[in-house]
Design a protein around this ligand. Sequence first.
Ligand code: CA
Length: 236
Amino acid sequence: MNYTWSIETHVGLVRSNNQDAFAPDNDDSAAGPVVIAIADGMGGHVGGEVASRTAIAAAIAETDGEPVQRVERADQAVIEAMVADPSLQGMGTTLTLALLTAEGTARIAHVGDSRAYLLRDGELRQLTDDHSVVGELVRAGLLTPEEARHHPRRNLVTRSVGMGDVSVDLVEEDLLPGDRLLLCSDGLTDMVDDDDITRLLGEGGAPSEAAWDLIDAANAAGGRDNTTVAVVDVTP
Ligand code: CA
């Protein structure tokens, strides 16, 4: 299988710094295996930026590695950075990492409330569970996804990279030509609902066009947070 991707980020309209990080640095196209990852850091002062960048660097440091191992290495690296510099104590990050194989399988390791989605035949499906207070309430049927998007505690995550021995979800999905994958930080999903994401992703432009359309929509809705979007097209 072949993968064509674009990853774009924007600071938004409210924040002064961008605490999201991602890999790879450049838009490109390749047969698998390809690793695509995004991280959304949290922690005061510079902590959030350090956490997300440290996690991404550790996750992609080695060519080989199963997705869950990569996230575990990131967890360890964030802890080591806090030990080395105690002023960073309390920082953490989400990490959503997709290993796209030559055979056409997406193997997605995930911690936190960044998301992976699959658009297939015009239908959008969220592949990851949000590790957040509101995500658990949605899964328990106590909140609708729309209520969760406006909930005052929507940004409270229940798992993050940097907690130590973090429990990592693994999702596996067999891909088909024509599929489009989306990885994104909550700067997108807090501002833009799934119907609008479906419409903007499905318009058929190149991955970079779709990525910017999504970021523009998040900013048009208020841009309260940093927004990072990876769009990956799957072709034979
Ligand atoms: Ca965020």
